[in-house]
Write a protein that binds this ligand. Structure first.
Ligand code: SF4
Length: 349
């Protein structure tokens, strides 16, 4: 059983500790983060969907709670149970099915955590769980069962992680992940990035985040201040799966990041019922580029329990991507990959 209560605790902690414009007035993004839709019935009611959309939703919600920010909700087509954005956030009864091969930790990350909150799988780079919280709970998430509580370091435990980075001079890149790393407060992130900057062999900071897509107000002045001023090269890898996710507010957030010297990439997941067509994938790449973002990876689904209904078989994925080549210039083609536990990098399909 997974709940995101640790995440909510973390958000509450951030709300309490972040300086913001004043202690009585947290930044707009934190208010939006706290004020998300957390109930499938409420989600359906807001979208004008009847009870027929609800069977199984409460069971799925009990396994992995619903969490949808208002900014994302506003982009879902009312009255359409098959809307590709809704499919990503509304639980289906299929989530409770036990399917062979779909497991709690599909990437076997528990075997690669030498320090609390640190995952070291690939040469030259490490991944830090900078925040256990997410703004949105994506039903297909491969970390939906991740033991965030065991991997949420305190300030003192961060020191052990920083020692690890200092001692291993082969590490050049730090990837902030989560949860969503940008769910942490700017004060926490600025502190962490300042410590990373002090390690001479670190040259690159990569941030894997869905927050600019689901709450674009996250890209505010306070964030741009610490991100724009670091000596580290900056890469933000967004996570968008459908062109409808990128509205004018998301595009404006991307422009702000680009102006701060950030290289913008996107990774998406190939999802049945969301983007499993040439038209949907081509529109996503085109829309990303309009927003100054280059498509990077198209992941096949990681076989996490509760998400089997999103799976697109490998052969179908290959055919789809081949057909996509007829519609896009090469620089807008995402690389079709799978993450294989123990492999030295993503595995092309
Ligand atoms: S934002 Fe990322 S980590 Fe969070 S639930 Fe969605 S896919 Fe998972």
């Amino acid at each position: 059983m997974i709940t995101r209560s640790p995440a909510n605790v973390q958000i509450a902690r951030d709300l309490a500790s972040s300086p913001g414009p004043s202690s009585a007035s947290p930044p707009a993004w934190q208010r939006q983060l706290a004020d998300v839709v957390r109930d499938p019935a409420e989600l359906c009611r807001r979208l004008g969907l009847g009870d027929e959309a609800l069977p199984g939703a409460q069971d799925g919600h009990a396994l992995f709670e619903v969490r949808v920010p208002e900014a994302y909700l506003s982009r879902i087509r009312p009255g359409d149970p098959d809307d590709p954005l809704l499919r990503q956030v509304l639980p289906l009864v299929a989530e409770t099915d036990a399917i062979d091969g779909f497991v709690a930790d599909p990437l076997e990350e528990a075997d690669h955590t030498p320090r609390r909150g640190l995952i070291h799988k690939y040469a030259g780079r490490v991944l830090l769980i900078a925040s256990p919280a997410c703004a949105i709970n994506c039903r297909y998430c491969f970390r939906r069962h991740f033991p965030y509580q065991e991997n949420s370091p305190s300030r003192a435990q961060w020191q052990a992680t920083l020692d690890y980075l200092r001692e291993d001079t082969s590490i050049h890149e730090v990837i902030l992940s989560g949860g969503d790393p940008l769910a942490a407060s700017d004060r926490q992130l600025a502190w962490l990035v300042a410590r990373l900057e002090e390690i001479p062999h670190l040259t690159r900071l990569r941030i894997h985040t869905r927050l600019p897509v689901v709450i674009p107000a996250r890209i505010d002045e306070a964030l741009l201040e610490w991100l724009g001023s670091t000596r580290l090269q900056k890469v933000v890898v967004l996570h968008a799966n459908h062109a409808h996710e990128i509205d004018e507010h998301v595009a404006a957030a991307c422009s702000r990041l680009k102006a701060a010297g950030v290289t913008l990439l996107n990774q998406s997941v190939l999802l049945r019922g969301v983007n499993d067509s040439v038209a949907a994938l081509a529109a996503l790449s085109e829309r990303l580029f309009e927003a100054s973002v280059l498509p990077y990876y198209l992941h096949v689904l990681d076989p996490v329990s509760g998400a089997a209904h999103f799976d697109v078989p490998d052969e179908e994925a290959r055919v789809l991507v081949e057909a996509l080549r007829d519609h896009l210039p090469g620089f807008l083609m995402p690389r079709l990959v799978r993450e294989v536990p123990g492999a030295a990098s993503k595995t092309p399909l």
